[in-house]
Design a protein around this ligand. Structure first.
Ligand SMILES: Nc1ncnc2c1ncn2[C@@H]1O[C@H](COP(=O)(O)OP(=O)(O)OP(=O)(O)O)[C@@H](O)[C@H]1O
Ligand SMILES: [Mg+2]
Length: 420
């Protein structure tokens, strides 16, 4: 069959194949699976390269190799690769451009429940759940260019109807002329890992929510309980110190006590505000961030610029709280670790997303993407979980000596709408 004869546009394999063919037509490609790891002896000898020894185990000076020797080495390599594929715990499936399965290893049998005899000739579509769109085009494009594509997550249906989460890598197999002939897929069952991740996230969300309830209670108790008592004591001290006939020393002590009481009241107010900022509940995210940045500037002496662009007045309360807590921890970290002199907090709305970024010009730390320094505090992990439990993601970009930027993307519509 020629490629142009592939007409079933609904068949994923058919479209993959057409794409692979077009990538291969424009780019120089290698033959990813079956090409031996070394060059043909004639070419290698010409370049002075070292080639495998006759037994195929280890390198030696180029032997006076015959084409029979070359063939033997290639056969050995092919046998080794075949054994690896056969015994792999991952499912390894090869299909033709009509989506018919033409190779099925024991890992595939174990994962999906079809025996090799049942699977050979079967359409790959039987493994794909309804409404599952597998985004393999990019993998095919990279593979056809001889690059190594990153695996993607998708879902598969086993023979007994179970839906599995799998990590999928698609490789284009080409013939000697670089023409794509088959598609090989390596599929790893990550169902259990995904379930554990979901459970962990659910637990974490509950912990965060219990923590917030407790913070709210403590903030209220501090403000309405201890705060009120201290105010009462301060008022009485003031009245006492205004009385006439006091000894000079006693009057001075009362004035001093009044000052101390004032400081105690301010401290209690600050702790209560940090536990649950009243602006966040009463006025919304933007005013709460403004107060947070102002307080941070005053307490740390670090210059802070807050920029907000198109933030809706009514950000959902859970999202507002998450963004506030992330900013609060980021500023805490800057104050504790960064030695920065300048901080910028950016909050903007981009289409249906809110994007928050906090950057400093401090000492930075070794990190990248959503990685974080291992074995230290819980602040970075907590920020990441807050972003994820709101359906978003967080990236830490920090280079030692060149400052830190964290960026959070969260959908305005809540956790249900965006894949975590
Ligand atoms: N802005 C920053 N500049 C420099 N280093 C940072 C910055 N933010 C975080 N770090 C580094 O990352 C580490 C982990 O931060 P994390 O917030 O998780 O823990 P912590 O602040 O040490 O403790 P905790 O947050 O639990 O009180 C810090 O110990 C620090 O070394
Ligand atoms: Mg911290």
């Amino acid at each position: 069959m020629k490629f142009s004869e592939v007409s079933d546009v609904t068949s994923p394999g058919a479209s993959f194949f057409r794409e692979a063919k077009s990538f291969a037509d424009t780019d120089s490609v290698s033959y990813p699976v079956f090409t031996a790891e070394w060059s043909a002896p004639a070419e290698a000898a010409g370049r002075g390269d070292r080639t495998p020894d006759r037994a195929g185990c280890g390198l030696s000076e180029p032997p006076a190799c015959t084409s029979a020797c070359d063939l033997e080495l290639r056969e050995k390599t092919a046998m080794r690769l075949a054994a690896l594929v056969r015994d792999s715990g991952d499912a390894i499936i090869i299909r033709d451009f009509e989506d018919r399965i033409i190779a099925w290893n024991s890992g595939a049998q174990k994962m999906y429940g079809y025996t090799e005899a049942e699977a050979l000739g079967m359409s790959l579509g039987r493994l794909i759940p309804e409404n599952e769109s597998t985004r393999t085009q990019e993998q095919i494009r990279l593979s056809a260019q001889g690059k190594k594509p990153a695996p993607i997550e998708t879902r598969r249906r086993a023979k007994d109807g179970r839906i599995l989460d799998v990590l999928l890598t698609v490789t284009v197999l080409q013939d000697e002329n670089g023409v794509p002939v088959e598609l090989a897929a390596t599929e790893r069952d990550i169902t259990e890992q995904k379930r554990a991740d979901r459970e962990l996230r659910r637990l974490y969300t509950r912990v965060i929510s219990a923590q917030e309830t407790e913070r709210k209670r403590m903030a209220r108790d501090l403000h309405d309980g201890v705060g009120q008592i201290l105010s009462g004591v301060k008022y009485r001290i003031e009245s006492l110190s205004r009385k006439t006939g006091l000894k000079v020393g006693a009057a001075a002590q009362l004035i001093e006590m009044e000052g101390l009481m004032g400081r105690a009241i301010s401290e209690v107010r600050l702790v209560s505000k940090n536990l649950m900022p009243p602006e966040l509940c009463d006025l919304g995210l933007e005013p709460a961030l403004r107060t947070l940045c102002r307080d941070f500037r005053e307490s740390s002496g670090i210059a802070v610029t807050l920029r907000t662009v198109r933030i809706p007045a009514a950000v959902p309360p859970e999202l507002a709280l998450a963004l506030f807590r992330i900013t609060q921890e980021a500023l805490n970290n800057i104050g504790k670790h960064s030695k920065a002199t300048m901080v910028t907090v950016d909050l903007s709305r981009k289409r249906r997303e809110v994007v928050l970024s906090v950057s400093d010009n401090g000492i930075g730390f070794a990190s990248g993407g959503d990685r974080q320094p291992a074995g230290r505090g819980i602040g970075l992990g907590s920020m990441r979980e807050r972003a994820k439990s709101n359906g978003g993601r967080i990236e830490f970009n920090s280079v030692p000596g060149a400052g830190t930027t964290l960026t959070v993307h969260v959908p305005l519509s809540g956790p249900g709408k965006t894949a975590v």
